[in-house]
Ligand binder design. Structure first.
Ligand code: FAD
Length: 574
């Protein structure tokens, strides 16, 4: 049977199991939206800005393991996706982003709302393509979903000129994919696995370094089993956090510039670093020449391009984490590590991450309250201090998940991603932890959360600053707070250098703003009010609640490794 391009588009989404599509209409996507109007299988969610839309699809994808699907119009609709596509690309999030495009007869004419979105996104996505021929449309959509979710997952852009959308063609959707130039690795090299196990067994100071790839491959149970069998201590990147319960006795914390003392010293001292699903980003290596310099490094990663890219490794293994860990479990035996465990555990005990020296309502106290009150939780952060405190203090197990923009560090990510996570997980509590800066980058999504009756809890840590940059300015720029004060007004002394009660009033009033959206809001200024604020939020099941925590203005994220320094040269206090 012959059907329009728009009809095969809808059929393809259904065949791919899409239940939610994040879409914002416009001239060159209107036919596609029209085709979606007459069906109920795919729910169309309309965020209020395309950047938020792609973050919402990202939050949905990370929290469900499914592909997130976006549909926007050409020109500004498409360019507004760019930050979200790059965010997803860094963090290996499977998305398929459909963009409307002007008819092919107008391509290259600087037509109204025409941009070369494939050219723009090519370097920040896994694959981008313009469909030139209606005949190719079903195959290209099939391939787009396949590419997005296989291998190292990532975002794919499919640009759909209006004439292709409207043209008639076959109603058949392929059941198989065969892309000659793209064959993700599906096996494990047993020889390399055996070599890795032999090296591990001989180690005196072995260490597992676990990254985001283990969470992506859902290998949490297997990873826990491997740790239990071998008795080898484990550290994580912030993307790998939760791969093994943070309460596991062998879990020593996060590595990195804001990692724990124990984790950073363990990686500096270990003799075998067994790393799985991490891309050795500069936030975790510190000074590269000093990174794990005493260690033989084993690295399992699904993407051969991630191996020896930043850190030269001794035993490379290109494989899916889950598959490789299953093979490791078959061969694993207890490794003699008692002395080493005592040493690392000793560091963990002696130098815990805590904000004891700070009085009053610290971020630590707020996050620990979340740990105590929520047992079935997705916590989504924005970027900055709010994110770093969360990655330090949040406790994760098999019922809890952390979503954060790690690689690109995208402010404005948190709230829309939390909306996507809640849509994908209606039975879980979803808490967004954000800052007063990041919240304002996508605050318009209050309307989406209200419209969709989503009881997302939004914790705004309000310190009146772009706190992370302010911290750097305090520590390394002689307290010159250039463009970081969010209470600044034209009448202020630019170099006031202080933040006291004389400062102008903070705007916006987040509580009034919540009310104006027909949402709920509560401001918390004292430690004693924290629990009640969450109880207040829990009592609302029909829409979002903002909890604005007025935190100390100049509180820092510590410990910290200054730029360019080795991981074990940490500032513990300042
Ligand atoms: P990803 O970047 O998610 O990489 C995943 C890796 O796993 C990739 O190599 C991928 O190919 C591979 N993979 C994917 N799927 C599979 C699979 N199925 N099987 C096997 N492998 C797979 N991070 C820290 O850890 N510590 C910090 O102190 C820190 N500070 C930060 C500060 C700020 C302000 C910000 C914004 C970010 C910070 N980050 C920090 C995050 C940092 O930028 C990186 O995002 C993070 O370190 C990357 O972790 P990763 O390599 O484990 O995960």
């Amino acid at each position: 049977m012959q059907v329009k391009g728009t009809e095969i588009f809808v059929k393809a989404l259904k065949e791919e199991g899409v239940d939610i599509l994040f879409g914002y209409p416009g001239g060159q996507a209107i036919d596609l939206f029209d085709a979606l109007f007459d069906q109920d299988e795919i729910e169309v969610i309309m965020p209020r800005h395309e950047q938020a839309l792609v973050h919402a699809a990202d939050g949905y994808a990370r929290s469900t393991g499914k592909v997130g699907v976006c549909l926007v119009t050409s020109g500004p609709g498409a360019t507004n996706l760019v930050t979200g596509i790059a965010t997803a690309n860094y963090d290996s999030v499977p998305l398929v982003c459909f963009t409307g495009q002007v008819p092919q007869s107008l391509l290259g004419n600087d037509a109204f709302q025409e941009v070369d979105i494939v050219g723009i996104t090519r370097s920040i996505c896994k694959y981008a393509v313009t469909v030139r021929d209606r005949k190719e449309l079903p195959r290209i959509i099939k391939e787009a979903f396949y590419i997005a979710r296989t291998g190292r997952p990532g975002p794919v852009v499919v640009d759909l000129p209006k004439d292709v959308q409207q043209a008639m063609g076959s109603d058949e959707y392929p059941s198989e994919v065969n892309i000659r130039s793209y064959k993700p690795n599906e096996g494990v090299h047993m020889g390399q696995i055996k070599r890795a196990v032999t090296i591990l067994n001989k180690a005196k100071k072995p260490l597992f370094l676990i990254g985001g790839g283990v969470n992506i491959s859902h290998a949490n149970k297997e990873m826990t089993k491997l740790v239990d069998i071998t008795g080898v201590p484990i550290i994580t990147t912030i993307m790998g956090k939760g791969a093994v319960s943070t309460n596991h006795p062998l879990y020593m914390g996060n590595i990195g510039i804001h990692g724990s003392y124990a984790a950073n010293h363990a990686v500096s001292e270990c003799d075998v670093l067994f790393s799985i699903g991490t891309r050795f980003n500069d936030r975790i290596t510190g000074k590269i020449s000093e990174f794990a310099k005493n260690a033989t490094i084993i690295h399992i990663d699904i993407d051969s391009a991630s191996i020896s890219k930043n850190i030269a490794v001794d035993i490379p293994i290109v494989a899916d984490a889950k598959l490789a860990i299953e093979k490791l479990i078959e061969l694993a035996v207890p490794v003699k590590t008692d002395e080493w465990i005592d040493e690392v555990s000793g560091w963990k005990k002696k130098y815990p991450i805590n904000m004891d020296k700070n009085s009053g309502m610290t971020p630590e106290k707020i996050i620990r309250t979340i740990n105590d009150m929520y047992k079935n939780l997705i916590v989504v952060t924005d970027v900055g201090q709010n994110q770093l405190w969360t990655t330090q203090y949040i406790e994760l197990d098999e019922n809890k998940q952390l979503l954060t923009s790690g690689g690109l560090g995208t402010m404005g990510y948190g709230f829309p991603a939390a909306i996507g996570a809640k849509l994908g997980n209606p039975d879980k509590d979803v808490i967004c932890i954000t800052g007063d800066g990041g919240m304002q980058m996508n605050i318009q999504e209050m309307a989406t959360a209200v419209a969709m009756e989503l009881p997302v809890i939004i914790c705004i840590f309000n310190n009146g600053y772009l706190g992370n940059v302010r911290q750097w300015q305090e520590m390394f720029y002689n307290k010159r707070y250039s463009s970081t004060c969010l209470r600044y007004r034209k009448s202020c002394n630019r170099d006031c250098g202080n933040c006291d009660k004389e400062c102008p009033k903070y705007t916006p009033d987040f509580i009034k703003l919540a009310e104006s959206y027909d949402a709920y809001g509560i401001r918390v200024t004292k430690e004693e009010e924290i629990v009640n604020a969450f109880l207040y939020a829990n009592s609302h099941k029909d829409g979002p609640t903002i909890i604005e925590f007025i935190i100390e203005r100049e509180v820092n994220v510590l410990p910290m490794v200054p730029g360019g320094k080795p991981l074990n040269e940490m500032i513990m206090d300042c």
